[in-house]
Design a protein around this ligand. Structure first.
Ligand code: HEC
Length: 186
């Protein structure tokens, strides 16, 4: 290839890139993107957001150490009561298959009573869940619970999530009930 041909090829590439950039900017500034939560993302945007989320969470969560007592019943009770108060409206209870939040939020909150979680071995899944609960996920309905709750409380929610798919609606109700405040005062 002569130098002249190579230069004209480069010019052609630069012109194409400029046209693509301008078209992208026009698409954004003309307000053409369907931003409503009731219209799903197109495949390319979906792939991009999904990949950004999974890669970022995997990197941020990789060095978190998982406590050895996640199976303790005190964790289950504390995590269960918190889950019922703060999470079940979006992530459902055993026996439910939808709520206004699962119908209306986009991305839709996953059903955490469903055992199907493909995010690696149990320890990596626990690390991932801990990180997501503590920090939340931008531009989705998932809040960061870290600012109002310490790590121990968050680990108890992770412990509860490990058991949640096995629970019947009755077991769920018993485990998640908060102990009524004592009426006796000494
Ligand atoms: C207002 C709705 C809402 C509430 C309340 C909420 N979440 Fe979420 N949560 C979401 C949404 C939406 C996602 C999915 C975010 C995404 O895909 O980017 C999510 C994702 C998650 C995930 C990751 C699931 C996965 O497998 O990818 C976990 C774990 C989680 N939430 C736990 C909790 C816990 C525990 C609570 C309560 C302390 C809670 N969430 C409260 C909306 C909510």
């Amino acid at each position: 290839m002569t130098i002249r041909k190579a230069l004209s090829c480069l010019r052609c590439l630069a012109a194409t890139a400029a046209v693509v950039l301008l078209a992208g900017a026009a698409y954004v500034y003309l307000g053409l993107y369907p931003i409503g939560a009731d219209v799903p993302h197109n495949a390319a945007t979906y792939w991009l957001l999904e990949t950004v989320r999974e890669r970022a969470v995997a990197r941020a969560a990789r060095d978190i150490s998982v406590p050895g007592d996640l199976e303790a019943s005190a964790r289950l009770l504390s995590g269960g009561a918190d889950y019922n108060d703060m999470c079940a409206g979006c992530h459902l209870r055993p026996g439910e298959d939808q709520s206004d939040f699962t119908l209306g939020l986009y991305p839709s909150p996953p059903d955490l009573t469903d055992a199907h979680d493909t995010h690696g071995d149990p320890a990596s899944r626990d690390r991932r869940r801990f990180w997501i609960i503590k920090h939340g996920i931008k531009a989705s309905g998932m809040p960061a619970w870290g600012p109002g709750h310490d790590d121990e409380r968050i680990w108890s929610m992770v412990a509860f999530l490990d058991r949640l798919p096995e629970l019947t609606p009755q077991q769920y109700q018993i485990i998640t009930a908060r102990k009524a405040p004592s009426i006796h005062s000494d």
